[in-house]
Design a protein around this ligand. Structure first.
Ligand SMILES: CC(C)(COP(=O)(O)OP(=O)(O)OC[C@H]1O[C@@H](n2cnc3c(N)ncnc32)[C@H](O)[C@@H]1OP(=O)(O)O)[C@@H](O)C(=O)NCCC(=O)NCCS
Length: 168
């Protein structure tokens, strides 16, 4: 089943609804300034989904510099910091569309690989990331405040890129 939704860039006017969705969807919550700071640094990689002009989901990312491959060359890595969709709007393709849009935005900033942390028990999110080509690179023991482990998942833009771990 699908419903009409729009993916568009975040605007600071959306902040209250984005913070609310974050609080309702995830144990990892942040003050408004954290969201606005990420938006300031990478506005083209912060998207919201709306249904009938109401924001129902968001994704925000950070562009991080690192080194990659055996040549240890400088590279830009796109970090998906947080993504969530309102509970009653899930399973309509909104999360997948948000992640795809954010990856395009991060590519425009020069990112050639992407990574994220996800709870080991978060089957829905892991399934989406795998569908989009992300793979589990390692386990981050006790990553979350409540002690749960995270998977570090990553994806290269080009299959031919040398495989190594992102410098998170
Ligand atoms: C992760 C999240 C953003 C996905 O949003 P969404 O709009 O439901 O995503 P989509 O509709 O695009 O895709 C849902 C997919 O998950 C799958 N799925 C749902 N529940 C699942 C489960 N328990 N196990 C495995 N797959 C599951 C669906 O089958 C669907 O896959 P498909 O596209 O192949 O059919 C949403 O579940 C959410 O906000 N979760 C809470 C916040 C969160 O966990 N964020 C990620 C932190 S890393």
């Amino acid at each position: 089943m699908s419903e009409a939704f729009e993916i568009r860039l975040f605007h600071p006017d959306d902040i209250k609804q984005v913070v609310l969705i974050n609080q309702q969807s995830l144990p990892e919550n942040y003050p408004e300034q954290f969201f606005l700071g990420l938006h300031y640094h990478a506005p083209q990689a912060f998207f919201v989904a709306s249904v009938d002009d109401r924001v129902v989901g968001y994704i925000m990312c950070r562009i991080e510099r690192g080194i990659s491959g055996f040549g240890r060359l400088p590279t830009k890595k796109g970090h998906i910091v947080s993504v969530a969709v309102l509970n009653d709007r899930r399973n309509h393709g909104i999360g997948t569309a948000l992640i795809a849009a954010a990856m395009e935005g991060m590519i425009d900033y020069g990112a050639s690989e992407f990574f994220l942390e996800v709870r080991k028990t978060n089957e829905a999110a892991i399934a989406i990331y795998e569908k989009l080509g992300f793979r589990v690179k390692r386990v981050l023991r006790g990553y979350y405040r409540d002690g749960e482990d995270a998977y570090l998942m990553a994806k290269k833009l080009y299959e031919s890129q040398e495989d190594d771990e992102p410098d998170a």
